[in-house]
Design a protein around this ligand. Structure first.
Ligand code: 8GT
Length: 127
């Protein structure tokens, strides 16, 4: 899984978060996820899966999340402004994240990845 370290001037600054951001007017949640991934990491995601929705209230804002999983098959375009880390699913707990992410991590349990490559199913390690 790809995590980005939030800059100190952002909401939840200094914590690790998934690539993402706010949906713009007239944009679908998946289109927003694809755009934010591209803007924040330079990557293009494939085989997008919706993993569910979650609402969380911070002291200063109410947020509605829609979480997607995708594969990033080619990493040659990786270009993150912020510090980033590729983290195995079972190590995500080692990275301090915003309070809302507790539930998001639970939703990742529904994410199953396999890439059809000829007759073989391969596990993909860049989620
Ligand atoms: N991208 C992202 N945002 C998260 C996560 N968890 C979480 O609580 N948030 C919150 O979701 C909100 C939207 O994220 P964002 O700040 O990245 O969105 P953005 O890039 O469109 O906004 P900006 O351009 O104003 O910084 C923020 O309040 C952020 O703290 C997460 O895992 N990833």
């Amino acid at each position: 899984m790809l995590l980005l370290k939030r800059s100190t001037d952002q909401h939840c600054g200094g914590l690790w978060s998934f690539p993402g951001g706010k949906v713009e007017q007239g944009e679908s949640p998946q289109a927003a996820a694809m755009r934010e991934l591209q803007e924040e990491t330079g990557l293009t995601g494939l085989t997008w899966q919706s993993l569910g929705t979650h609402s969380f209230t911070y002291p200063d804002r109410l947020l509605h999340f829609q979480l997607f999983g995708c594969l990033c098959v080619s990493l040659t375009s990786l270009d993150c402004e912020s510090e980033h880390a590729w983290v195995a699913r079972d190590r995500l707990v080692d990275y301090p994240m915003p309070a809302a992410n507790g539930a998001l991590l639970g939703m990742l349990g529904a994410y199953r990845v396999s890439v059809k490559d000829g007759n073989q199913d391969e596990d993909q390690d860049r989620e």
